[in-house]
Design a protein around this ligand. Sequence first.
Ligand SMILES: [Zn+2]
Length: 300
Amino acid sequence: MASEIEVSAMRRAVVLSTFGLGGTSPNPPVGCVVLDHGGRVIGEGYHQRRGEPHAEVQALAAAGDRARGGTAVVTLEPCNHHGLTPPCRQAVLDAGIARVVIGLADPTSQAGGGATRLRAAGVDVEVNVLADTVRQVLRPWSHALALGRPHVTWLYETDGRGRITSPSQALVRRHRAAVDAVVDVHGRISEGRPGAHGQTAFTLTATTVTENLDHLLKTLHAGGTRSVLAACRPDLSHRLLAARLVDQAVCYAVPADPSGMGEPVPASWPDGFEVEAVEPTEGWVRITATPSRPDTGTGQ
Ligand SMILES: [Zn+2]
């Protein structure tokens, strides 16, 4: 059982991991907190972009010698392979960490086994701590892993009569920082946070929308894109929906105009979607919905 302090540290690690969204792809966003043997925080870290230190390495570097005998709390299982950086399980062993608390096991076979190797080396390992919460941050990454294409979020507005419109620039700005790529109303594709991924690890392999959307998404995936914000015109979003290429719908609805008698039933969230949250905010109601069909992402 994870202690209360460890669960609190995992909450913090989840928050840290979100700062990597829109920058780490094709790697997952991961956060880590290192505790000393008395349960005090001595290091924090998160993965920023591919080719740079992983979360565990950052947090262990911050902790230094105090990590010996301590606990590493990390959202995703430490990797066990030599990629662009050495395996994190070795960094954990070298630091003399006694216990590792993991949110989710790593579903990639290449990296799998970090927990096994740590256990074999005598480290106390616990997995599935706040797993559902961790999964929310990792959802686009694990979805892309399962589907072989980026996770697609459709962002749109509905007007006073419930008609679907393209999202405003302000709304797009609010949402684009957390994704790898954005499709705008002109069908142009750009990096969510310009320059966030660095130049060597990530390539935006398409800059305009093409006819074959499935092929377009696979092309983007090949360059490292794992999440796409479709902030596009309604005609394109309807094509994405028809092709079942929308993984999350985020609708901003303005208050209803009560004079619409005799018009078609207004839009809300798409057919076949289930609502995750309805959040009234100033001037808007934000509705977040996901397809209710069986999810092919890992673990959900
Ligand atoms: Zn790693």
